[in-house]
Ligand binder design. Sequence first.
Ligand code: NAP
Ligand code: ZN
Ligand code: ZN
Length: 351
Amino acid sequence: MFTCVGYSSTSPEAPLKPVSFERRDCGPTDVQIDILYCGVCHSDLHQARNEWQNTMYPCVPGHEIVGKISKVGSAVTKFKVGDLAGVGCLVDSCRDCPSCAEGLENYCEKGQTFTYNSEDKVSGGITFGGYSAAVVVDEAFTLRIPDNLDLAAVAPLLCAGITTYSPLKHWKVGPGQKVGIVGLGGLGHMAVKLAHAMGAHTVLFTTSPDKVADAKALGADEVVLSKNPDEMAAHANSFDFILDAVAAPHDINAYLNLLKRDATLCQVGAPDKPLATNVFSLIFKRRNFAGSLIGGIAETQEMLDFCGQHGITADIEMIRMDAIEDAFARMVKSDVKYRFVIDMKTLPTAA
Ligand code: NAP
Ligand code: ZN
Ligand code: ZN
């Protein structure tokens, strides 16, 4: 074991602060990554504040990790010391159930190990995430980073990128389709870039009038102010697919009514309160209301390679580690343009 410094929350109300904790040494198939940048996902905020009622404290968030390999286990084949590597929301799974066999470790039927706030099946205790100096992960759950992309702006691809790429691929988004993205935050802005790159006519729904110009620059063909009923009504029954990335309770029926017959609204945003469905929105046009959880490891690599080919990264605002509470406060106000990324050089060397 070795001592690692990070930032943790210790209760729903307590601000994040420096902490020391133990990580396992590199096993034969593990790599140790010195973390250079970590993206700030709204899930980090939900979890630090126990909004999903399942937080185990102390909680070290962070699952958009990029860094440099500093150690490799004796059996590691994918990386050598000095290579860049990424880690997303998963660090392990059973590797045996039908979902794992299909490469869908994100849906592991025996319980996937998330990068933080999960039972650590290798070293015991709970997993600690990327708001820290280093992480030790089995090479099977690490990702290769395309070398043509800005490293800090790649970090958000590890969660926001794959969480939007996976449903866009699953529902076969492409040319000739009209696709809606709801909410221009970290996930939403990646969804706009990816849906545009996949060739769909991309429509962004926002509650923030000041984001309209940005949304068009990011790749949206049209932008709808969702608080304006006339603008919403103009799109009734017209969408092939809608991806909802909103972090707070909101009216999903307003979006279900915009789907064509048989089309799907997929929820990736995870508000802490249930979203009420008016069943008639579904019944009358045989519409589908679905969900999607991050993505498997092979698909995450596919997404990173796609982003490398298309020159896609996140639009980021770099912050110091000690500015995390300000970043969380701005996130709650939808004031994110469009992903905070922590520069890990600013982490203290001792807690
Ligand atoms: P974010 O950067 O904070 O963006 C959320 C966006 O939602 C805001 O920027 C805002 O966009 C919109 N919004 C916020 N409050 C709203 C309200 N009251 N009404 C309508 N729109 C509102 O968050 P994120 O990191 O993208 O994460 C979004 C959600 O996805 C979170 O709940 C997160 O936990 C979840 N998530 C799920 C998965 C998964 O696997 N399913 C993975 C990662 C994250 P506008 O200003 O444009 O309206
Ligand atoms: Zn996330
Ligand atoms: Zn499994």
